[in-house]
Design a protein around this ligand. Sequence first.
Ligand code: HSE
Length: 465
Amino acid sequence: MYQDHLNRSAGSPVSTAPLAAPAPLRVGLLGLGTVGGGTLAVLLRNAELIAARAGRRIEVRRVAVRHLPRAAATLARLAGESASQQVQLTDDPQALISSPDVDVVVEVMGGTTLARTLVLQAIANGKHVVTANKALLAEHGSEIFAAAQARGVVVAYEGAVAVSIPIIKALREGLTANRVEWVAGIINGTTNFILSAMRERGLSFAAALVEAQALGYAEADPAFDVQGTDAAHKLTLLAANAFGVPPQFADVQAQGITALDAADVAFAERWGYRVKLLGIAKRMGGALELRVHPTLLPADHLLAQVHGSMNAVMVKSDAAGITLYYGAGAGAEQTGSAVIADLVDLARSASLPPVQRVPALGFQSGAVQAMPVLAADDVQSAFYVRLDLSRPDVTAPRVLQTLALAGVQVQRMEVLPHPADDAQPCLVLLIQPLALRDLRPALQAVEAWPEVLGFASVLRMESLN
Ligand code: HSE
């Protein structure tokens, strides 16, 4: 418009020739499973709207899969018989990543072996990459981002973290002015679904997991979900964008929900807390805390209100203060939404010089620097502790005395019947914040007493305010 206005005022003739349609962004999809199918479905359904936003069409030209017949059926279902014939379906991913009619490779096949090889080769071939593969980037991100930078292409990954929530964009663009203090969130839909189903519907862990798998929330290997590995992958990427560190997955302390005892969930509820699997990345002076574990939160905390497969991420930063992001944490189109957001960014910015694009981790690569990560023993927090006792009348006061002598301050203590066995008394304690290293010896001493049955159940507590 601006140019047109100048031309008119200069008295130049106005061209009435129609403008050539901008070239589409041509996509090659590696994988047509849950996420690939969801991405394709949304791309097709909202093609006009997406083009209006992106400034050009985004077209899937090629799809590479392992099982051709199943993928052909999926394509025909999503795109219709005739349109699906314009998409080249192959079982040769090499052909896709080297194809001259592909500008961007969307990696939604999962895994870290073949996916790593193909992504690196695609980059070497000068293709941009969009991926929802958190394991790949958490474990091989430094190598992949460095290769992309050297080749001048983009690697984008909004769908890798908390799927539908644009948290990578929020951290690296919306909060770009801020010094982040901490990021904490419910970043695994499967475990939140399981914890909610156990609490609200009384389902067993196993039954709730089967439901989560049937709904397509769980990873191909659900151990990644329930052992906290998937959340650790996502936390790695959140921390990188929050603190300007490279992906430091090996430093994340991850504990899942497999050992979580229903009795502790019940005691927590009784005292006004809710147990959530949280990922927490926190700056502590010159070091970081990177941890995933079941956590007691006050029941009225906003994160405690996040149910089912929903995710939420809370960020505390110096200028914006606390901000909160909520949305679906798993699902086909929910992840597709994030993958397409990256494609639209790319459609708009692919022709820009790399220095004008948003850096992969939100910081210019020269400013990205690893930070030391605190060992679990050095991380301070409040604690919930449960001890099963045979003689609570005698033992409970001794426990208190032993903890006091060790400098451990007890905020609350009660002897309560075990929720599943009235005859079993439990000593339940809330401990004031301290490092695990300072709590452990006192607990070990107490555990050795014959009237203390088994080991103490210990969970961290957070107030996140
Ligand atoms: N298995 C993952 C989850 C899928 O449950 O959160 C989304 O990353």
